[in-house]
Design a protein around this ligand. Structure first.
Ligand SMILES: *Cc1c(COP(=O)(O)O)cnc(C)c1O
Length: 400
C-alpha cells in the first residue's frame, strides 16, 4: 500500500468527512514545489488557495517564526503587544483605512464586518437596519452568518434556516441592487474579483455606481479581499484598481503565508461602531502571527510582488490564448487570479484536471469548467511555461 492509500484509510476513521480531497498526499513543500509521501514532485499553482503567496516554507519567514517562538507566541487580547501594533501600522499603510480588527480566518473577518455594519446602523446612526446585500456566486466563508452572505444553495444544504438579514442580488446588475436597498439595508458586501465563483471581475463603472449609492444612503460599502488582497491582483488590494474608497475591507488568506491570520479594516467613520467589548477573539492577532504578517508585507513590498503578479498574470493569460485552442473559451482574471474557462463539458474538464494532477500540476477546477490558478506571487515564469505546455497537450486530448 502506498503512503497515500494508507493515509486515506486512516483519515476515514478519524476525521469528519468534510473534505472531498484531491488524490494527493503532501509530505513537504518548498517554494512552488510540493512532494507527496511517496516521493512524487508537484508544481503548485494554487499555493494553498492563495495563502502561501511567498512560496512554501519561505526561509525568511521560517527565521522570523523560529525567533519569535522564543520571545512571545500568545497571551490573548487582554494585553498590549508591540508585534500587533507594528503589523497594524504596516497593514494600514497599504490602504486608506484607519483601524483594524484582527481575527483568524476569512470567515471571521467577514463576521467582524457584518457585525460592524449592523452596529454602525443601530448604534451610530440609530437606525433599525441590519440587512447585508451580497452578489450571486459570492463566497464569504462557512460560519453561519458568512454562509448566509455566501448564499449558495450547495453550501447551505442541511443547515437551514439561513441567518436572517442577508439578501442576494444578481452579479453585476446595478438595478437589482437599487431595488434591493430599503430602510433595513446596513451594508453591501462584494468581491471585486470573485474567487470561488470562478474569477469574475466587476467593472469599474459598476463598483463606482455601487459606492455612490452606498454613500448617498449611508450604507456601508464593504469589499471582501480575503482572496484578492495582498498583491494577488497586482495592487495591494483589488479595489485599488478602481480608485474606490470602501468603508470596510476584509482580509485573511495570504496575510501570514499559511499561519492563521485575518483582519477587518475600516475607516474611522465605520470604526465608531465598535466600542470596548463589542467584539473579540482569543487568538486573533497574536504576537507570532502578526510578526510573520509584518515580514510578509515587507517582502511583498521589497520584491515588488504586486508588479510581478500583473506581469505574470498577463503573461499566462496571453500564453493560454495564444494556444488558439477551440477548447479555451476565455482566459480571464486580474494579476495572479487566473481563470481559464474551457468550452468542453464539465466531464471533459474534470478529465483534463485529473490528467493535470497525474502529470504533477496542482490547480483548481471551479464552477465545472474553469481552471483556476492562484500561484505564489514569486513563481518563476518558467514554471508557468511548463503549465502552458501541459495545457496544450491535454487540450489536444479532449474528445467530444
Ligand atoms: C476563502 C475565502 C473566504 C473564507 O476564508 P476562510 O479563511 O476559509 O474562512 C472568504 N471570502 C473569500 C473571498 C474567500 O476567498
Amino acid at each position: 500500500m502506498s503512503r497515500f492509500e494508507e493515509w486515506k484509510k486512516r483519515e476515514e476513521t478519524v476525521l469528519c468527512k468534510t473534505y472531498g480531497r484531491y488524490p494527493v498526499s503532501v509530505d513537504h513543500a518548498k517554494g512552488s514545489r510540493m512532494w507527496d509521501a511517496d516521493g512524487k514532485e508537484y508544481l503548485d499553482l494554487l499555493s494553498g488557495i492563495a495563502v502561501t503567496s511567498l512560496g512554501h516554507c519561505n526561509e525568511e519567514l521560517a527565521e522570523v517564526i523560529a525567533k519569535q517562538a522564543q520571545k512571545l507566541i500568545h497571551v490573548s487580547n487582554l494585553f498590549f503587544q508591540e508585534e500587533q501594533l507594528d503589523f497594524a501600522d504596516a497593514l494600514l499603510a497599504t490602504c486608506h483605512m484607519d483601524n483594524v480588527f484582527f481575527c483568524n480566518s476569512g470567515a471571521e473577518s467577514n463576521e467582524a464586518a457584518i457585525k460592524l455594519a449592523r452596529r454602525y446602523q443601530q448604534k451610530v446612526l440609530g437606525k433599525d437596519a441590519y440587512e447585508i446585500i451580497t452578489l450571486e456566486q459570492a463566497f464569504h466563508g462557512r460560519t453561519l452568518a458568512a454562509l448566509s452572505a455566501t448564499g449558495q444553495a450547495k453550501y447551505m444544504e442541511g443547515f437551514a434556516p439561513r441567518t436572517e438579514g442577508f439578501v442576494q442580488v444578481p452579479w453585476h446588475d446595478i438595478e437589482a441592487v437599487k431595488k434591493a436597498i430599503n430602510q433595513k439595508t446596513a451594508a453591501v458586501l462584494i468581491e471585486v474579483v470573485q474567487g470561488e465563483g470562478g474569477i469574475n471581475t466587476l467593472s469599474k463603472e459598476y463598483c463606482l455606481e455601487l459606492q455612490k449609492i452606498c454613500q448617498e444612503k449611508d450604507i456601508l460599502f464593504m469589499v471582501d479581499e480575503v482572496q484578492s488582497g495582498l498583491c494577488r491582483t497586482g495592487k495591494w488590494w483589488a479595489y485599488q484598481h478602481y480608485d474606490l474608497k470602501p468603508d470596510v475591507i476584509t482580509s485573511a488568506k495570504a496575510l501570514a503565508n499559511g499561519l492563521p491570520l485575518g483582519a477587518m479594516l475600516c475607516t474611522a467613520k465605520a470604526s465608531q461602531a465598535f466600542e470596548f467589548g463589542s467584539h473579540a477573539t482569543t487568538f486573533g492577532g497574536g504576537a507570532l502571527v502578526t510578526k510573520v504578517g509584518l515580514k510578509v508585507l515587507e517582502i511583498m513590498k521589497r520584491d515588488n510582488l504586486a508588479d510581478n503578479a500583473t506581469k505574470l498574470g498577463d503573461y499566462v493569460r496571453a500564453k493560454a490564448l495564444a494556444l488558439n485552442s477551440p477548447w479555451i473559451k476565455e482566459a480571464r482574471g486580474l494579476g495572479l487570479m487566473v481563470g481559464i474557462e474551457l468550452s468542453c463539458s464539465a466531464d471533459s474538464a474534470k478529465l483534463v484536471w485529473d490528467k493535470f494532477v497525474e502529470a504533477g500540476f496542482i490547480l483548481n477546477l471551479t464552477q465545472g469548467t474553469t481552471l483556476r490558478l492562484l500561484p505564489a506571487l514569486n513563481i518563476e515564469q518558467n514554471d508557468l511555461d511548463k503549465f502552458i505546455n501541459c495545457l496544450e497537450a491535454l487540450l489536444k486530448d479532449i474528445k467530444e
